[in-house]
Design a protein around this ligand. Structure first.
Ligand code: SAM
Length: 177
């Protein structure tokens, strides 16, 4: 299991970013996302998209995401521009997910990340050592973790499905079997 944890959320300013952390986690193969409890809209959007386009995927609110990290029993990968290059640690992290039973927690920040996070993580992972975005970092990290397999996954319990088209848009209802 792969769980994404968003450390902070500034209502207004972070609304789209937090929502997109959830949608990116879902689309690129994570099983679950954890948001701070002031990010209710982001949970609703993740649930709405999962209802329509399928899952399994869950989104939840917690009072203190930092406490989730502190008490996490499985491995923890914290995405940060100061970390070790993703290309050097990805195979080790992938082995812990495929060979171990404990869920991997992937932590992304918002504003300033407390120093404890760097100490609590088993890996501090840089997707380049350049400053950019938690959404971009998460997308590249998950794609590396799953080695691209997430691009071919099947979605369960969807009510609609996009049919890829060279031009135009085609969305079909999915009949229940
Ligand atoms: N300035 C903040 C700090 O130093 O703690 C970080 C702000 S940054 C806009 C928000 C988040 O994006 C970070 O916490 C990190 O999770 C992610 N991020 C930004 N650049 C990254 C990179 N090169 N590799 C991995 N994650 C990155």
């Amino acid at each position: 299991e792969v769980v994404v944890c968003r450390l902070g959320h500034r209502p207004g300013r972070d609304d789209r970013m937090t929502t997109h952390v959830g949608l990116t986690a879902r689309a690129l193969g994570a099983d679950r996302v954890i948001f701070p409890d002031n990010a209710t809209d982001a949970v609703e959007t993740a649930e709405d998209i999962t209802d329509r386009f399928g899952g399994p995927f869950t989104a939840e609110l917690v009072e203190k995401p930092a406490a989730v990290v502190r008490n996490w029993e499985g491995p923890i990968a914290h995405l940060t521009m100061y970390g070790e290059p993703v290309q050097t640690v990805e195979s080790e992290i992938r082995s812990t997910v495929t060979e171990g039973d404990d869920p991997l927690l992937v932590v992304v920040g918002a504003e300033k990340v407390p120093f404890e996070m760097y100490e609590q993580a088993d890996w501090n992972v840089g997707v380049t050592n350049q400053p950019h975005s938690e959404i971009a970092g998460l997308a590249v990290f998950l794609d590396r973790l799953f080695d691209g397999d997430e691009l071919d996954r099947e979605w369960v319990d969807a009510s609609r499905k996009v049919v890829p088209k060279e031009t135009g848009k085609l969305v079909l209802p999915v009949s229940e079997e």
